[in-house]
Design a protein around this ligand. Structure first.
Ligand code: SF4
Length: 478
């Protein structure tokens, strides 16, 4: 597949709502639409009508999977929704979510954001009970654990199952007309709750999904907490004690979350602007203009310009309608592949020294194309400033940051990376500068992709590959 993307890939977005009398599938559709940046490979909605569950899911963007006719078939009082980018398990329809399972004569549906790190154990446990799996995803394991539990009340089931799960999980569960949300004790992936004007409640990965349906943000679901939503009722319970070592993913602030979302009381865009200000203080440079690599580099570029006094300009124009996959260009076009996504505004940058601000460099293969393109368009100098520290370690909690060997900063110094990407200078924000910008204590965060210090221990076997289940299965078949 031809791709110009060299960013960490987001895992998933989840949403859940109970609102009898409202068009819950349509509300879920719009919420997923707002969460589309968290996953573009598949989308799904499950609704419960008088306890009877119907689910529709498919590969593609929310607007490709759901048409007016589809939504009309999804009536009910409660719904959950999911957008996915594959992390555990590969890109197949079977791995799309919500995952459905039978439980005591009912069907339950589950949507998961994150990645479990003890799937091998859980799979063994369930396998010994004769459970058959239709997909390779850790989310199906979780759904099976819940479906197989003997407790009557779903609250008791979640309370019993949660301590068995290790790793990152922000989950929405639809069972018998009730939506249950729960979040891992480390608080790795976000999950929040909001209230609609009519007094009903909704759960979402990010507050931007609440805004779009006119719900008021109430609070985050805390690490280890469970939220149970029924008609006009919200019940919050601490199911597992919050882990001593917290692990909110700091990349939510750098890149993943939408700039208009609020996490832990902090608007993401504001934190990104501060990252740019910190960068300007830590690594000042004389230049004619500050430009972002759009869109995610934009707030940090604004911050850099503000703190440095260098004028801000939009020197790269992004094609906003580009998807993740598109028709392969032929060889001659592939040379200019990056221009499908970004095109320099030559009239603006010709003869100018530029500060170019981006949020991260993963493999570095896109960055050197952008730098070359800017020089070809007439820039006299290209000073790269990156609003995350160098990514030296992979993520095991639901983000595809590539393997250690693919991460350019895992084996190259900043000076070597600068040479490789061809920039006049290259600097990354320090970990301390990033922390100041986010304005919350370091202990609150997972920063493992910069430090290698993982808040939840990662088993060696898991460090091998994201396609480990398929490998295990293939080996067994041999
Ligand atoms: S390893 Fe990096 S991307 Fe993964 S959860 Fe931690 S900070 Fe986020």
């Amino acid at each position: 597949m031809f791709s110009t993307n060299d960013k960490p890939e987001e895992a998933c977005g989840v949403f859940g709502i109970v609102a009898p009398g409202r068009d819950v599938s349509r509300l879920t559709f719009y919420a997923l639409f707002a969460l589309q940046h968290r996953g573009q490979e598949s989308a799904g909605i499950a609704v419960s009508e008088e306890g009877r569950l119907t689910a529709v899911k498919d590969m593609g963007l929310v607007s490709q999977v759901f048409k007016e006719e589809t939504l009309k078939t999804l009536s009910g009082q409660a719904a959950i929704g999911h957008v996915r980018y594959s992390t555990t398990g590969s890109t197949h329809w079977d791995n799309a979510q919500p995952v459905c399972h039978n439980r005591n004569g009912h069907t339950l549906a589950l949507g998961h954001n994150g990645n479990l790190i003890n799937t091998a154990e859980l799979r063994d446990e369930l396998g010994s009970l004769g459970t058959k799996f239709t997909s390779t995803s850790d989310s199906e394991l979780m759904a099976a654990l819940i479906a197989n539990h003997e407790a009557e009340d779903i609250r008791d089931v979640v309370t019993a199952v949660m301590p068995k799960l290790k790793g990152a999980f922000s989950v929405v569960l639809l069972s018998e007309g009730m939506v249950v949300g729960f979040r891992d004790p480390w608080g790795i992936r976000p999950l929040c709750v909001g209230r609609l004007e009519d007094g009903n409640y909704a759960l979402a990965s990010e507050s931007c999904a609440l805004d779009i349906i006119g719900a008021e943000f109430l609070q985050e679901i805390g690490p280890g907490q469970m939220a149970v939503i029924t008609e006009k009722s919200l019940e919050l319970k601490q199911v597992a004690p919050p882990a001593e070592r917290q692990g909110l993913c700091i990349f939510e602030f750098i890149y993943f979350a939408r700039p208009d979302s609020v996490i832990e009381g902090r608007t993401v865009s504001e934190a990104r602007i501060h990252m740019g200000e910190e960068l300007a203080k830590e690594f000042p440079v004389e230049a004619h203009m500050v430009i972002p690599i759009p869109d995610t580099g934009t707030p940090a570029a604004i911050g850099f310009a503000r703190a440095s006094g260098i004028p801000y300009g939009e020197g790269l124009i992004k094609n906003r309608y580009i998807g993740r996959t598109f028709i392969q260009p032929d060889q001659s076009l592939r040379e200019h592949g990056i221009r499908v996504k970004l095109n320099p505004l030559a009239a603006l940058i010709k003869g100018k020294s530029l500060v170019v601000v981006d949020d991260s460099i993963v493999r570095g293969n896109t960055t050197n194309k952008i730098v070359r393109m800017l020089f070809e368009a007439g820039a006299s100098e290209v000073h790269l400033r990156i609003s995350s520290p160098p990514i030296t370690n992979p993520c095991f909690y639901g983000i595809d940051t590539a393997t250690s060997t693919e991460l350019i900063a895992s084996s190259k110094s900043v000076a070597e990376i600068r040479k490789r990407v061809g920039a006049t200078s290259l600097e990354y924000i320090s970990l301390e500068g990033l922390q100041r910008a986010v304005n919350m204590p370091a202990e609150r965060f997972c920063r493992a992709c910069f430090t290698g210090d993982y808040p939840v221990d990662v088993p060696d076997m898991l460090k091998m590959s994201k396609h480990r289940f398929e490998q295990v299965e293939k080996e067994t078949v041999k």
